[in-house]
Design a protein around this ligand. Structure first.
Ligand code: ATP
Ligand code: MG
Length: 594
């Protein structure tokens, strides 16, 4: 997998070892706990009751945008449940719910498949398109008409909306409600053959205009849309509504548990109505009955994040970000480019669990999983993001020593690498202060600091520019301090550095949260008014040569004291490294400043 860092141990994915029922797979101790939630309990109980019917789930995105972190929750749930019962024959489908031609495109179909795979899931041969079922949907429409359960309504969309009634007032029946079935069938077929303009007729269910649930008041099942479809081209100009198509898709694929978010709870009676009344058509197609069951769970909401495809599309179209996979986007492709490991996203989904209670999760919970994963698996190097030159006066001009620190000092199996040390170094300008406040243990005029893996160094002299900004430090090292602290010497601060002679120039892209507030959707002026103007800071610095030698696109690394970084998926090149900051390390100084 391209996202593996060089020392990244080959770990089993979430589905590589389906050992026991309900047991999350993998040798990773953190992933060992089996998820338990009300949906998994239902699935287990159903399987106990009827072992011959394995659970079949689906992830049903509409290809009208890129997937976001909210979708990851649904993906982990649907594929996870199937995984846990793989031995019983369970499976999970990837189905494109592509029934709305105007907003869908093959680009989205491709990106969705890439993202699901990247997250670590595999649908095998079970890739489906709702648009492949258009003929059957149409047959179901005709069947309902024949049963007196649907009719062609010739009112306008406004008239239909206005006659729907309210929660306290019943709706008014359409004047076409008792249209003879033959007439409706004829009109429905002519709708399909392209005889009518958009909006002139619709197919409606004939349920009740007095139903307490507004979704049941003769809902529209089909509408006319003269538009090319990404998958069926110009073959169709009538398209089914979500509430009609979705239960039929589930039934046709033999889905047993149709897991969706809570907004659909009020639609469940209609879901069941469609499944029940179209059962004869489905049975004719499948040769057996199929009764999917819809179960709702709370969607994921994250602080500091907008999570609707419509809003994410607006960010892209207005150029407020650089594309769907901009590393500041909460899309899976954005998080990937940002360097988030898929394992961390899966762990996050497991940690938040599945419930019926709507809520908002702190984005810090996700960041914690990312940091935790990176801490355990990324190798460490030295790199300087905002460089300040250091010249060591008591080091010979042409002498280069090679130090050999391990990549991860906490990991005994970690290998060593060559780290050159010379007279000229780069250090980070944040590690030097002309007038340090109390408690600043890094470098300032006359003070000493430990250079990571090497000597204790003192700042003897500061060269400043016209504005009084330090541009170079003249320092000296204590030759007696390589890897040891002489008796009685207390040097508190440790800073990172890179030897200038062999350093490799690197572009650093420092990302921060895209929004400045916790709830961008609630902001006055809308989410666009609270975009963080400092969410991207580009710096030009240096990395040690051993790192430059192993960097490939998507390699993740910890730059000591600077944070976790990933080589950009698109822009990184060996001769021109580009590192995106994934996330910072905890910095006690920054915290105290705040
Ligand atoms: P959005 O509301 O962000 O535009 P959507 O619901 O329209 O997304 P779909 O393509 O219909 O996007 O979603 C595919 C599946 O992902 C659906 O089953 C949906 O319930 C689920 N899903 C979407 N958003 C979330 C979320 N925030 N949390 C959990 N599941 C989600
Ligand atoms: Mg949707």
């Amino acid at each position: 997998m391209a996202d593996a860092a060089p020392t990244h141990k080959s770990k089993p994915g979430p589905h590589s070892k389906p050992n026991r029922e309900g047991q999350a797979a993998g040798s990773d101790p953190q992933a060992a706990a089996a998820p338990v939630d009300f949906i998994r309990e239902i699935v287990r109980a159903d399987l106990r009751r009827d072992p011959a019917t394995p659970p079949v789930t689906r992830f049903p995105p509409e290809p009208n945008g890129y997937l976001h972190i909210g979708h990851a929750k649904s993906i982990c749930l649907n594929f996870g449940v199937a995984e846990e019962h793989r031995n019983a024959g369970a499976r999970c489908h990837l189905r494109f719910d592509d029934t709305n031609p105007t907003r869908e495109s093959p680009e989205y179909v491709r990106s969705i498949q890439d993202d699901v795979r990247w997250l670590g899931f595999d649908w095998g041969e079970h890739l489906y398109f709702a648009s492949d079922y258009f003929d059957t949907f149409f047959d179901c429409g005709e069947h309902l008409i024949g049963q007196g359960l649907a009719f062609v309504d010739s009112q306008s969309a406004d008239q239909i909306r206005d006659s729907r009634g309210t929660l306290t007032r019943p709706g008014a029946p359409s004047p076409w409600r008792d249209r003879p079935a033959e007439e409706s069938i004829d009109l429905f077929r002519r709708m399909r053959s392209g005889e009518f303009a958009d909006g002139t007729h619709v197919l409606r269910a004939r349920i009740s205009m007095e139903h307490s649930n507004l979704n049941m008041r003769d809902p529209v099942l089909y509408r006319i849309v003269h538009a090319s479809h990404h998958h069926t081209g110009d073959r169709w100009c009538v398209y089914p509504m979500y509430d009609f198509a979705h239960p039929l898709e589930d039934a046709l694929e033999g889905i047993t548990h149709s897991l969706c978010t809570l907004e659909f709870e009020d639609h469940r009676p209609l879901y069941d109505w469609v499944v029940e009344h179209c059962a004869p058509v489905i049975e004719r197609v499948l040769g057996r009955p199929s009764r999917p069951r819809q179960i709702e769970f709370a969607r994921l909401n994250l602080t500091s994040t907008v999570m609707s495809k419509r809003k994410l599309l607006a960010l892209v179209e207005k150029g407020l970000v650089q594309g769907w996979d901009d590393p500041r986007m909460p899309t899976l492709s954005g998080l990937r480019r940002r360097g988030y490991p898929p394992e961390a996203i899966r762990r996050f989904c497991q940690a938040i669990g599945i419930t019926k209670f709507p809520g908002t999760t702190e984005v810090g919970v996700l960041e914690h999983q990312v940091r935790d994963e990176l801490n355990r698996h990324s190798r460490r190097h030295l790199g300087v993001v905002r460089p300040l030159k250091v010249v060591i006066g008591n080091w010979p001009e042409d002498r280069i020593d090679t130090l050999t620190p391990a990549h991860n000092p906490d990991d005994v199996t970690s290998v060593e690498r060559a780290l050159p040390f010379g007279r000229e170094l780069w250090i980070d300008r944040d590690d030097f202060m002309l007038e340090p406040p109390k408690g600043f243990f890094r470098l300032s005029p006359g003070t000493e600091v430990r250079l990571r893996y090497s000597y204790v160094m003192r700042c003897d002299e500061v060269v400043t520019d016209a504005a009084g900004e330090p541009v170079e430090l003249r320092c000296s090292v204590d030759h007696d301090t390589l890897g040891r602290n002489p008796e009685g010497r207390k040097v508190k601060g440790v800073i990172h550095w890179v030897a200038a002679a062999s350093a490799v120039a690197c572009e650093f892209r420092l990302y921060d949260r895209l929004f400045t507030v916790d709830d961008p959707d609630a902001a006055e002026g809308g989410y666009e008014a609270v975009i963080n103007p400092r969410s991207l800071d580009i710096c030009h610095g240096w990395i040690e040569p051993a790192l430059a030698g192993v960097l490939e696109a998507e390699t993740r690394v910890q730059l000591e004291r600077a944070g976790f970084f990933v080589a950009d998926r698109h822009d990184h090149a060996a001769e021109r490294p580009v590192l995106n900051r994934i996330i910072g390390l905890r910095d006690s100084w920054a915290r105290r400043q705040a």
